[in-house]
Design a protein around this ligand. Structure first.
Ligand SMILES: *Cc1c(COP(=O)(O)O)cnc(C)c1O
Length: 395
């Protein structure tokens, strides 16, 4: 294991302080390192492995597509992309899908669509976007800002549009930022990376109402909280709202890189047109055949029932830890997206102690222990998680 870590550190740019194990393979809700040690998975590759590891039916579908056609570019049609797009439209009640290779790329596309929509409406180049404190939407800078061809770029200026930040669940903090240049409000329905902060009903429905009144586009980033994790297909479906644009990724490929942004008819009809946006790989048959199968399996295996049935038990176990240990301030979350806010102890330390005892977890923000298990966990898995965490916190 140390040899592999050394090789990686010699050759891979050090932008991550990685945990000191090498993951090798997985089965169900368990992962194994290169020395054979078993770990209970409560991170699912950062919310990716919704169906767990080594799923035979999914792997067979992926292998069959590999033997058929991996890539064909967007210059031609392919059946898996058409079918996966139809499924996403059916699941969301929205109208048009653009497939990407990652979450950040889906966010980029969503922003481009919003800026173009506003530009076509009023011809201005000085639109503003409102985002929220603690939000996370990806790591790219706006690849377009450094793209030389004016025809690709001009309609979307300014590149790093003016962005103002309001606060989650503080409607006035957002209202106060709105002016006639505001073209979009982007937010996660449940903030992940920033510390597991779910939007409350009053806030998100208030945002939705203002957006409708002022024709400001509501962009919901469901890359982490979407796809069944919080107890509905997409988390926004638990509120009386509907986004104009939404993003999805992470669980969509169960590990095969794919994302998408999805538009309602209003935006699809009046924003990005032929030539305005593109990607070489995005929506290729391998990724979309995988996504199509993932969506099929999530549904046919009644994964939503598992999330809904086990959420109260998961929350009860986590609440028991909150009650028992002073260093846990509170639990926050929805469904299988849960965080424990810690005091006096760094979440990274808890994750490391968990690794020693055979569980993989995540941190979020500066003081939150984040749990994103595969959606196929059982009551036994939750009991095992509780036992290990009880030991870790006791130590
Ligand atoms: C992970 C994440 C992204 C970025 O996705 P990548 O695939 O890492 O580019 C964007 N938004 C949210 C809410 C995320 O959790």
């Amino acid at each position: 294991m140390n040899k592999i870590i050394e090789l990686a550190e010699e050759n891979i740019l050090h932008t991550y302080n990685r945990y000191q194990i090498v993951l090798d393979h997985g089965k169900g809700t368990r992962l194994y390192d290169s020395e054979g040690k078993e770990y209970l998975d409560f991170f699912s590759g950062i919310g990716v492995y919704a169906l767990g590891y080594g799923d035979k039916e999914l792997n067979d579908a992926i292998k069959a597509q590999v033997d058929k056609l991996v890539h064909c570019s967007n210059l031609y049609y392919n059946e898996p992309a058409a079918k996966a797009a139809k499924k996403l439209c059916d699941l969301t009640g929205m109208d048009k899908v653009f497939f990407t290779n990652s979450g950040a790329e889906a966010v980029e596309g969503a922003l481009k669509a919003a800026i173009k929509y506003a530009y076509l409406k009023d011809g201005r180049h000085d639109h503003e976007i409102i985002a929220l404190d603690h939000s996370f939407h990806g790591r790219t800078i706006g690849a377009l800002a450094v793209t030389g061809k004016a025809a690709y770029r001009e309609d979307f200026a300014p590149f790093v549009a003016d962005v103002k930040f309001g606060n989650m669940n503080d409607l006035d903090s957002v209202k106060n930022l709105i002016n006639d240049r505001t073209c979009a409000i982007i937010m996660e329905t449940v903030q992940g990376e920033g510390g597991i902060y779910p939007a409350n009903k009053e806030f998100i429905e208030g945002i939705y109402k203002i957006c409708n009144e002022k024709d400001i586009l509501l962009i919901l980033d469901e890359i982490q909280c979407g796809l069944y994790r919080t107890g509905s297909v997409y988390a926004w479906q638990q509120y009386d709202i509907k986004p104009d644009i939404m993003t999805t990724a992470k669980a969509l490929g169960n590990g095969v890189p794919i994302g998408a942004f999805i538009l309602n008819k209003k935006v699809a009809d009046s924003s990005l047109k032929a030539g305005d946006h593109g990607t070489t790989y995005g929506g290729n048959p391998l990724a979309t055949a995988t996504a199509g199968k993932v969506l099929e399996l999530l549904e046919s295996r009644k994964i939503l029932d598992n999330v809904r049935n086990l959420t109260p038990y998961l929350e009860q176990k986590l609440d028991a830890l909150v009650d028992k240990y002073d260093c846990i301030k509170e639990r926050r979350g929805r469904g299988f997206m849960q965080g424990l806010e810690l005091t006096d102890v760094a979440p990274g330390e808890i994750v490391n102690k968990g690794i020693d005892r055979g569980i993989l977890m995540l941190t979020a923000g500066t003081n939150v222990l984040r749990l994103l298990p595969p959606l196929v966990i059982t009551k036994d898995d939750i009991n095992k998680m509780y036992e290990i965490l009880d030991e870790v916190f006791a130590s």
